[in-house]
Design a protein around this ligand. Structure first.
Ligand code: HEC
Length: 105
């Protein structure tokens, strides 16, 4: 009985992680972030993993800064190419995206 429970909890854990990643993929597509960003290699913009790495030590502060950059765009942190504004992204979605990006390893 106990074994079954442990197995069930583990399967559910893996499953919910998986679907969270799937959801995020859909969100990235919906907002066209992937037009410029890839998760682990430079495309037209820094990869999300590079962004996570650069800000790893400063995560709490960046969680407040990045959502606004995601919505309003901006330039100068990675080069001269600016990030466009993404006004269709809600503050809540921007926060979720920032959190997801900063948690990438
Ligand atoms: C038209 C291309 C483009 C699109 C679309 C785009 N980005 Fe960017 N993004 C960039 C560029 C270029 C930079 C680097 C800007 C800089 O140097 O400060 C950047 C930087 C970032 C950063 C790091 C900001 C910083 O201050 O270091 C984050 C986080 C980010 N983008 C998330 C997103 C998300 C989430 C989306 C989708 C809602 C998105 N981007 C859509 C081009 C884009």
């Amino acid at each position: 009985m106990m074994r079954k429970l442990i197995f069930l909890t583990m399967t559910l854990g893996v499953f919910s992680q998986f679907s969270a990643a799937e959801d995020m993929q859909a969100t990235l597509e919906e907002y066209r972030c992937g037009y410029c960003h890839k998760v682990d290699s430079y495309y037209h913009a820094p990869s999300f993993k590079d962004i996570a790495m650069r800000y790893a030590a400063d995560k709490q502060r960046m969680l407040k800064v990045l959502p606004s950059k995601i919505i309003h765009g901006g330039a100068g942190n990675w080069g001269v190419v600016p990030m466009v504004t993404n006004h269709m992204v809600s503050p809540a979605a921007a926060h979720e995206l920032a959190e997801w990006i900063l948690d990438l390893k």
